[in-house]
Ligand binder design. Sequence first.
Ligand code: DHB
Length: 306
Amino acid sequence: MARLAVEIAGIKLKNPVMNASGTFNARDAEGIMDIKRLGAYIPKSITLHERTGNPVPRICETPAGMLNSIGLENKGLGSFLETDLPYLAKTTVPVIVSVAGETIDEFAETVAGLGENKLALKIVKAIEINISCPNINRGGAQFGSQPDMASLVTAEVRLVSKFPLIVKLTPNTGVFVEAAKAVEEAGADAISLINTIFGMAIDIETKRPKIGRGYGGLSGPAIRPIAVKMVYDVARAVDIPVIGIGGIMEAGDAIEFLLAGATGVQVGTANFVDPTIMARIIDGISAYLEAGGYEDVREIIGKVEM
Ligand code: DHB
């Protein structure tokens, strides 16, 4: 069997496959998909305080993808520490906590709060800073699309964080390579990309948008070639590991990202189609390596032949 282990942001992952935050819930998956198979598990982004989220409908299907606008619904840091962490402590899978916020202070306070919790210090292996949510008015894609802001958030969170930092970038900007370099400079240990692409769909009978907020973030195979190119560009521009995300539906798609230079991958939309898909993607990467005579997954990272 080829070796699948990789190291990202100082965390040892037994394979490169993770879920994308907000697309797969460990509790819901109990008895369906063993999360211990994953390289790491990433719960839905948390914010300092509870958020009720955006108006419905929050999801709609589009050609080869879907739009979402959840609006970061979550119960807040306190509830995460009290309820979710003890549940996650029962598993051995590395946990990466996705943190979102509307202000730099909110990001910093949330990450600092995690660092003050004994259980979090034990089981949280890294933080993913979500400065790329397309569905809030402040602090999401607005931060990630400006290299200066992306750098500032990363630097401020770095100051208070007891955990390695992964910064999740947005594709909704022309300056994503600059943003990647800026967060590396500001102390990020890894970069994940891409988050969803702004999109809109309109019901022509009612003349109303199909998403309650009017627009949302597009994900799924429709965005994969865009994501692969962005990951390729960023992986060549920075020295820290890159996690590739965007429309991975099967093992071959994950392998594309690895060849483009990603050290790890996250699977999002595919989990809605088949919540067991990540296990098969892991097996499929193994089979590809085996068939190609590779001993270690790291042999193919960045090895696209141009
Ligand atoms: C939401 C959507 C995203 O694409 C994201 O990265 C974070 C949050 C949301 O609407 O909740």
